[in-house]
Design a protein. Structure first.
Ligand SMILES: Cc1cc2nc3c(=O)[nH]c(=O)nc-3n(C[C@H](O)[C@H](O)[C@H](O)COP(=O)(O)OP(=O)(O)OC[C@H]3O[C@@H](n4cnc5c(N)ncnc54)[C@H](O)[C@@H]3O)c2cc1C
Length: 415
């Protein structure tokens, strides 16, 4: 089959790879000049299967209320007259119910474990170099109540086969000596040694190169403006230039821009942009900076060592599609980085980046066939797009091929 994949982020490229591997003629179209330049560009770098709890959990509504109006809050909800934001917010509240949270955790962990295996296999098969580190992830807590809640969640995750170890502050420092100066602030930590980190952008570019050598055609710099439907089937994707890309099947993997493309066809995807920020700090070999990826639970900030750089990323702002950086929120990241790791030296020209996570209310991605038989979506990966990309790409390819997938597809099916 000839298949057009729309979007060359980490999700679109992994999808293209698995489709090409199963013998299809694949064309990838993206508006950027190179793959992985939007949300997959400078994320937190964590492949965090064992920390797959969604933002929507029973504690979230109270937390969001407490942070309302705080410009540098970890999770910032901007009141706007935007029906999509309100619809999304109401659905988010529903996903905070304990039973929904449990179901979402189950769906995320199952896909996460599968995805990590797929990523592992790809790294070995293709010798991909993307600053991968297999030192695990350490979640640190400064609040004793939040740590207590995390211990309860650890039991839930253990049921799904995730290895999570509770740590005293002393043990946290043994695992990651760069936390030395922050030990007195710690209530405890949760270590997940099987988690990983790496640069999603480097991975996306490297895999796209392998796709190209296996015949995948990349149409970069092409904006897709609509999909053309004839008698219940999509026949073409129309580009801004007026050109039509014809194919037997289409996969929409445009991150949070997927929603607008499929809406004229009567398909509603509950995906809303959750803006996040990151900083990338150059480090010297002698600097005491972490090599174990760290998540600071109280601020929702992650730290990942990517070769000779430290990526600091996090926070979420629900304010539409505007990617303009907010200096206050970027400064909060830098401040916290120096508080925890005083050895860090921030350069004067520190580069800020912001990206829009394609967030579903429960953080479970949407993968599979839509009401139109030959139109598929692979989007809505929210906080876990890098963690879930390979598994999602492979699951989508299995669904296109009519092959029984390795995991039940129901939780991810478009509704
Ligand atoms: C601050 C931050 C930290 C994060 N940290 C982590 C982390 O540690 N671990 C993790 O697993 N995930 C993390 N994420 C989430 C992860 O980065 C995303 O879920 C993932 O990148 C989404 O990938 P995607 O391919 O769906 O979207 P994108 O990477 O945005 O790809 C979509 C592509 O579609 C293209 N496109 C859009 N509209 C059009 C159009 N009309 N025509 C043509 N092309 C178009 C874009 O150019 C883009 O290349 C983080 C996100 C942020 C913002």
């Amino acid at each position: 089959m000839r298949i057009v994949v729309l979007g060359a982020g980490v999700v679109g490229v992994t999808t293209a790879w698995y489709l090409a591997q199963s013998g299809h003629e694949v064309i990838v179209a993206d508006r950027q000049p190179l793959p992985g330049l939007e949300t997959s560009f400078a994320n937190g770098g964590q492949v965090s299967v064992s920390h797959a709890e969604p933002w929507a959990n029973p504690m979230a509504p109270l937390q969001v209320l407490r942070w309302l109006g705080q410009e540098d809050a970890p999770l910032l909800w901007r009141w706007r007259c935007d029906p999509a934001l309100w619809r999304w917010g109401i659905a988010f509240l529903r996903e905070c119910l304990p039973a929904r949270t449990r179901a979402n955790i189950g769906a995320l962990v199952r896909l996460g474990l599968y995805s990590r295996d797929c990523l592992d296999a790809l790294r070995r098969e293709l010798c991909l170099d993307y600053d991968h580190l297999g030192h695990g992830i350490l979640h640190i807590y400064t609040n004793i109540h939040a740590f207590g809640h995390a211990r309860d969640q650890a039991d839930v995750m253990a049921r799904y086969g995730c290895e999570r170890f509770q740590c005293t502050p002393e043990r946290c420092v043994e695992i990651e000596p760069a936390l030395r100066d922050f030990q007195s602030y710690l209530a405890g930590g949760i270590h997940t040694p099987t988690d990983e980190s790496g640069d999603a952008h480097r991975f996306t570019r490297a895999l796209a190169d392998h796709c190209a050598t296996r015949g995948v055609i990349f149409r970069m710099g092409e904006t897709v403006v609509s999909l053309e439907e004839v008698q219940g089937k999509v026949v073409a994707a129309r580009l801004l230039t007026g050109e039509r890309l014809h194919a037997d099947a289409f996969v929409v993997a445009l991150g949070c821009r997927s929603t607008a493309l499929v809406r004229p066809l009567g398909i509603r995807l509950p995906v809303y942009p959750a803006k996040g920020y990151s900083l990338t700090i150059p480090v010297e070999p002698e600097d005491l900076v972490p090599t174990v990826s760290i998540t600071d639970d109280s601020r929702k900030i992650v730290f990942s060592r990517l070769g000779d750089r430290l990526r600091v990323a996090g926070t979420a702002e629900f304010s539409g599609y505007n990617t303009a950086p907010n200096p206050l929120r970027a400064a909060a990241l830098a401040r916290r980085a120096v508080e925890i790791f005083p050895d860090i030296r921030l350069p004067d020209d520190l580069a800020h980046w912001s990206g829009l996570r394609p967030a579903t209310p429960g953080n479970v991605p949407i993968i599979g066939s839509t009401g139109l038989g030959n139109l598929y979506v692979n989007t809505g990966h929210g906080t876990l797009g890098w963690t879930l990309a390979c598994g999602s790409g492979r699951l989508l390819a299995d669904l296109v091929n009519g092959k029984p997938p390795a995991l039940p597809p129901e939780p991810y099916r478009p509704r």
